[in-house]
Design a protein around this ligand. Sequence first.
Ligand SMILES: Nc1ncnc2c1ncn2[C@@H]1O[C@H](COP(=O)(O)OP(=O)(O)OP(=O)(O)O)[C@@H](O)[C@H]1O
Ligand SMILES: [Mg+2]
Length: 255
Amino acid sequence: MNTSRPTSTSLPAPAGTTRPTTASGATDPMYTLTAVTKTYQQKKRTVKALDGVDLVIPAGQMVAIQGPTGGGKSTLLQMLGALDRPTSGTVRLGDSELSAAGDHALAAARAREIGFVFQGFNLIPTLTAAENVETAFADGSTHRAERRDKAKAALASVGLAERADHLPSELSGGQQQRVAIARALVKEPSVLLADEPTGSLDEATRDEIMDLLEGVWRDRGLTLVIVTHDSAVARRAQRRLRIAGGELAELGPAA
Ligand SMILES: Nc1ncnc2c1ncn2[C@@H]1O[C@H](COP(=O)(O)OP(=O)(O)OP(=O)(O)O)[C@@H](O)[C@H]1O
Ligand SMILES: [Mg+2]
């Protein structure tokens, strides 16, 4: 991998979180979920998307979440990503309780701690690769030149230094996913969450993207949570979880 950025071991830990010193030696919780439920009201029907989820994810762990469609995977990832709050129960990220946070505090937690790779890349088609990465700085807190430099460095770190000026339509599927990963990493989050990051890729590209994610996880000491339907992807994680009917179960370490 062509990486021009320092690794996480040389970066300061963001306030309120703890970083492991090694990818495998972490024990401090990054996430603590207690009795988390999420119900959606759809007309007269109530859907229980999460049903009493208890989960501790140590900082620096690589976790895969599998399960049937409609099982609650994306809902759980949204809780971890501070994109939504539970109906009941608590979600803690480091020292902050996300479930009790207001919208501003949730947005701040997202900006400070969390990189999110959405299913299907989610790139803006009229923006170049570099401009797409720069959208991570949409809050306007970073100067233009710095945004551009960081976007370029993030693209270089995913092996796309030569493609910064390409539009998404001028990139392969695997390259588009690399741009989406660069966008998730450009603010140096302590957590990377990915919803089906390899879902639309062929096997060879899937393995390349997994090599990239695993390398980033290892080098930067990130906590990495991947939702996947693909057992070959899940087997690469340190820990496998399954969620079905909103109930979470431990599948044990990867075989
Ligand atoms: N905004 C919503 N309003 C109502 N119901 C919802 C909403 N979001 C999710 N659900 C329901 O909650 C349940 C869990 O959905 P979720 O998206 O978490 O599933 P998933 O495991 O990610 O499925 P898939 O593999 O198909 O992406 C489903 O029954 C879904 O229909
Ligand atoms: Mg989903």
